[in-house]
Design a binder for this molecule. Structure first.
Ligand code: WTA
Length: 655
């Protein structure tokens, strides 16, 4: 294997002390308590103080204006800023030669890429000029469908530089799913690559874009970055190469002045009904909150190397690979590969190679590695690690312990960060070494976050050691402002279940110490390997298969993915081979959404358990999928109870 020497940051230490004096940093439980009390006593004063760390082109008139009924949420109204000025320009003087980004390729034999703040700044400015030259201006939507290569981060930041709204779509989504997202946001331009590497596989990315664009009239231009060296079909007058364009671009690009409440990006996510919705985040509040939470949750110190293994196609990658770290002048890593290739020691090899100090991943990755020999971990030192983190789904006790003992060596705090695409940043979590750890508990709310547990009638449950619906009662700066093009949907989805609260869709437990443990979704959202899907979304996909009459989808516990997708399907009679039919239905889902949404189990049924009013009783389907048939609860309201017996007898039980 080729060896590349890696030289760590060699920053000046005086920066460290300087920054700490300027910034509010939580180091002890007392600091946390103080910050939390301040944030609830005087939320506006608290967030005003934090915001002062940043460079604003014009100050705000008012810190916060809000009501949760419409909803209307405005942070730092009247202020002007450009977030990229705070991620790049602001650091140039003191950190120009510090590493901003380290990129580790899929194949360990390929050379890594390192970009200093100066270099990243230059790349971003050049590419921002490329976007302008290709007709993009402030407010235009740009779709980014790319592998985890440095240009993905550059593209995201370049959009923000000129005030274009990025909509990153994870490069595992199908052409159909991509087209829906492009059309919903009416994107003018798409940025993509020829193909991508994922473990041992090579995947054609441009081909997916070409197929999607057959049904997207809004797209005028496609910029293609070469990654795998294939020669894709380049459509005349539409497609241009990244490398050709950037060569000629000017390195000077002033940051576009943005209102604090101007849109920064759209990110699509699934809910319990209908198509995925475009969650909208805005410039000012998102900047303040992601910057603050990054620094505190991960206890980031000036010369640390921080690595989050997420894909930038998800919110975790947006907030905690790109925005949060760069706002803090941190060194952030991007990883193109997968945890198990070329072997299950890949993560730990990378940690040792760069001396990673903060490592942030998902429980599903941990569980997939637990299934392999422990030697894959033990043959690396992992001495550099100081904080380890988890995100995306509840972490079960076995995974928590394995991660804490074998990776964190029982000396690193394991921060279990609960949050959502809609919340923009971490909401409930351990904070470095400052707050106590409790396995499987996310812990305490971040300063500025006021969680409550509600009962079914929307009353706040005051006692501790209880479970309830998790809602938030006061705005925080990075909360979603709307769902793109459909404000009513935002109101209905998040602000109408419980009047006066933002409803998360999660259930939670609060223990006697006031710490929170997230139980999981209480709505029709399934969380597969940390990826969200709506049951309706998958059912719609399955129903696209012409042999399908009706379907119902539920989640069930899966040992690695957290939840797996279990589909009950009614097909037309016709005596088709069940295995072939299953394969066809799976293929339909792959076409409609992508491989990540493939049902684990498909059971053919003759009927679905419905109430007299025609509503599917998912509770029953969930129990059957979990194999818990002895306790189906009340089935008296069913139209035809016989259906349930049939379903039970044909169930594909979980071992
Ligand atoms: C779940 C990911 C338990 C939760 C940042 C939430 C978690 C949904 C955790 C959001 C955690 C996320 N513990 N559950 N630490 N983190 N979730 O939008 O159900 O992809 O509502 O955001 O994932 O998923 P999303």
């Amino acid at each position: 294997m080729a060896k590349f020497t890696f030289v760590k940051n060699n920053q000046t230490t005086n920066l460290h002390t300087l920054k700490e004096q300027q910034m509010k940093t939580i180091r002890t439980f007392e600091d946390y308590r103080e910050a939390y009390d301040h944030s609830t006593r005087d939320p506006e004063g608290f967030w005003e103080e934090i915001a002062q760390e940043y460079q604003w082109q014009q100050p705000w008139d008012k810190v916060l204006d809000w009501n949760f009924d419409e909803p209307s949420i405005k942070w730092y109204s009247g202020a002007k800023l450009n977030i990229t000025e705070n991620m790049l320009d602001r650091h140039l003087k003191e950190r120009g030669n510090k590493l901003a980004l380290i990129w580790e390729p899929n194949d360990p034999k390929e050379k890594f890429v390192r970009l200093t703040y100066k270099e990243l700044h230059e790349q971003v400015c050049r590419f921002a000029n490329v976007l302008k030259k290709n007709g993009v201006s402030k407010g235009d939507r740009v779709c980014i469908y790319m592998p985890m290569i440095p240009e993905l981060a550059v593209a995201v930041i370049a959009c923000a530089r000129i005030g274009a709204v990025h909509s990153v779509v994870f490069a595992g989504f199908s052409a159909h799913a991509l087209a829906d997202r492009i059309n919903d946001a009416q994107c003018k331009l798409v940025i993509t690559s020829d193909g991508l590497f994922r473990g041992a596989k090579e995947i054609p990315v441009k081909r997916v874009v070409d197929e999607a664009l057959e049904s997207c009239e809004c797209v005028e231009r496609v910029i293609v970055k070469e990654r795998v060296g294939w020669l894709p079909n380049m459509v005349e007058d539409r497609d241009v190469w990244w490398d050709d364009e950037i060569k000629e671009a000017d390195r000077d690009c002033p940051p576009e002045p943005m209102d604090a409440e101007d849109m920064l990006f759209i990110l699509y996510t699934s809910g319990s009904t209908g198509k995925p919705k475009g969650v909208v985040h805005t410039c000012g509040g998102y900047m303040v909150y992601t910057g603050y939470t990054f620094r505190n949750v991960f206890d980031y110190r000036e010369s640390d190397i921080y690595w989050c293994t997420a894909d930038i196609g998800w919110i975790t990658g947006h907030s905690y690979i790109v925005y949060g770290p760069l706002l803090n002048g941190a060194t952030t890593m991007m990883f193109e590969g997968v945890p198990t290739w070329p072997d299950p020691g890949r993560f730990w090899q990378v940690v040792d190679k760069y001396g990673v100090n903060q490592f942030y991943t998902a429980p599903t990755a941990i569980r997939s590695l637990m299934a392999h020999k422990i030697d894959h971990v033990l043959s690396y030192s992992l001495d550099s690690l100081r904080v380890i983190g988890s995100v995306g789904e509840p972490i079960n006790a076995e995974a928590w312990n394995w991660y804490h003992i074998h990776v964190g060596k029982e000396r690193c705090p394991l921060v279990d960060t609960w949050w959502q695409t809609e919340t923009g940043g971490v909401m409930i979590s351990g904070i470095g070494n400052a707050t106590p750890l409790k396995p499987t508990f996310a812990g305490y709310p971040m300063p500025g976050v006021q969680p409550v547990l509600l009962d079914g009638d929307g009353n706040e449950i005051q006692e501790d050691d209880v479970e309830g619906y998790l809602a938030i009662k006061h705005p925080w700066p990075s909360m979603l402002r709307t769902t793109y093009g459909d404000h009513e949907r935002c109101q209905k989805t998040y602000f109408s279940a419980f009047k006066g609260y933002y409803f998360t869709g999660d259930g939670a437990r609060r223990d006697k110490d006031g710490m929170y443990r997230i139980i999981g979704r209480v709505d029709d959202v399934i969380n597969v390997s940390g990826h969200r899907f709506g049951t309706a979304e998958i059912e719609n996909a399955i129903n696209q298969n012409e042999k399908v009459v009706e379907s119902a989808v539920v989640g069930y516990p899966h040992p690695i993915k957290g939840q797996g997708i279990y589909a009950y399907v009614i097909c037309q009679d016709g005596g088709a081979d069940e295995e072939i039919l299953k394969a066809e239905i799976t293929e339909t889902v792959v076409e409609e959404i992508g491989k990540i949404a493939r049902p684990e189990k498909i059971q053919f049924v003759r009927g679905l358990p419905k109430t007299r009013s025609g509503k599917i009783m998912r509770r029953i389907l969930r129990k059957v999928a979990e194999g818990e048939i002895s306790n189906l609860g009340d089935t008296s309201t069913l139209l035809d109870p016989k259906v349930v017996e049939e379903i039970i007898s044909g169930a594909d039980h979980v071992e």
